[in-house]
Design a protein around this ligand. Structure first.
Ligand code: PHE
Length: 346
């Protein structure tokens, strides 16, 4: 018995020593420590011994059992702790590592400049108005004193919409200018009025570096008593100087638009070459910027405004062209091409 016990003791000791996983532990648990394990068998054998032998062998068996159980428990704890450490190792995060950059989108350069324009005009007391992109012939042309014979209505210039509109207002068109919003606002708000209308317009044009069938305009309208073109010059000079953050010179030239009388074109001094002459200003020192003029009495009448009491001016410039000038973009197609390598520069 004694010999058997010491044999079992070394066997179990070395088995516990070589344990590497909780699966190994289980094998040992079953083989030696379970109810039918080898230690339990020894207990049974103990019963078969003679009364003289029993006490000594019993004591030895007990000691051995305790010793092996303690050894087993110690190993189990170690294996458990190692397992947890391995888990932790797996879950470990380096909180000092730099984060993964988050790709946030940003506002398109045209909208960026549009917001700047809105802010500057708002600071001068103008409100921002909006209108439909699908217009009637009446609002886009007729009410603005553009007769049916005007070339702008030609199939080459205007997109007509293949859908019946209100028959009194004529066919439906994609608006070719933001000017119809002048009329809509005059009719709904009356005089005095101080508005700008940024918006998308459409013309049936072939696309090239400086033309696209879709582009953005900003319309302006100021109606009040005792208004002259001097106010327009002051407002535009202030606007451009704020936008470009330096003093900008402007000039008026005669121009024709059916809805204004007198009509004019406004240029500003070339900011690229400081009027020395360059490609952008075509060596003239001036950049063509917009059409404008005193609102035609027929237009005021259509807008239900008393032309004896009130007068005012309107202007319209290309927001898309302004953005191109501001950033030195030479091809309009880049702005609408959705190429993020280009757009991410803004
Ligand atoms: N609507 C004109 C255009 O698209 C611009 C303009 C607006 C001219 C207002 C005069 C007054 O060309």
């Amino acid at each position: 018995m004694q010999e058997k016990l010491s044999h079992l003791r070394t066997e179990v000791e070395s088995a516990i020593k070589s344990v590497k996983s909780s699966a190994d532990l289980e094998v040992i648990q079953n083989k030696y420590f379970s109810r039918k394990g080898e230690i339990a068998l020894m207990m049974q054998e103990l019963g078969k011994l003679s009364p003289e032998e029993k006490p000594k062998a019993g004591q030895l068996l007990n000691e051995t059992k305790k010793h092996l159980e303690a050894l087993f428990e110690e190993k189990s704890q170690k294996i458990r702790a190692d397992g947890m450490a391995a888990e932790l190792e797996k879950e470990w995060v380096d909180v000092t590592a730099p984060g993964i950059p988050y790709k946030a989108g940003h506002v398109h350069p045209i909208s960026q400049v549009q917001y700047e324009v809105e802010e500057i005009f708002s600071s001068m007391g103008f409100s921002i108005e909006d209108g439909p992109e699908v217009e009637s012939e009446y609002y886009n042309f007729e009410s603005l004193n553009i007769p049916a014979s005007h070339p702008a209505r030609d199939m080459q210039d205007t997109f007509f919409v293949d859908k019946e509109g209100d028959s009194e207002l004529g066919r439906l068109v994609l608006r070719t200018q933001t000017s119809p919003v002048q009329m809509r606002t005059m009719q709904t708000k009356g005089a005095p009025l101080r508005i700008i209308v940024p918006g998308r317009v459409f013309r049936n044009e072939a696309t090239d570096a400086s033309h696209d069938a879709t582009f953005y305009q900003v319309e302006g309208l100021l109606i009040d008593e005792n208004i002259s073109l001097a106010h327009l010059k002051g407002v535009m000079q202030e606007f451009l100087s704020k936008l470009f953050k330096k003093n900008v010179l402007v000039r008026f030239r005669p121009g024709y638009f059916p809805f204004v009388e007198p009509g004019l074109e406004m240029d500003f001094a070339c900011l690229i070459c400081n009027q020395k002459g360059c490609r952008v200003c075509k060596q003239s020192g001036w950049v063509e910027f917009m059409g404008a003029g005193m609102v035609h009495p027929n237009v005021l009448k259509a807008g239900k405004i008393d032309s004896k009491k009130y007068q005012g001016w309107a202007f319209g410039f290309g927001l898309t062209r302004l953005v191109m000038m501001k950033y030195g973009i030479t091809d309009i197609r880049l702005l609408f091409g959705a190429d993020t390598r280009f757009l991410n520069q803004f």
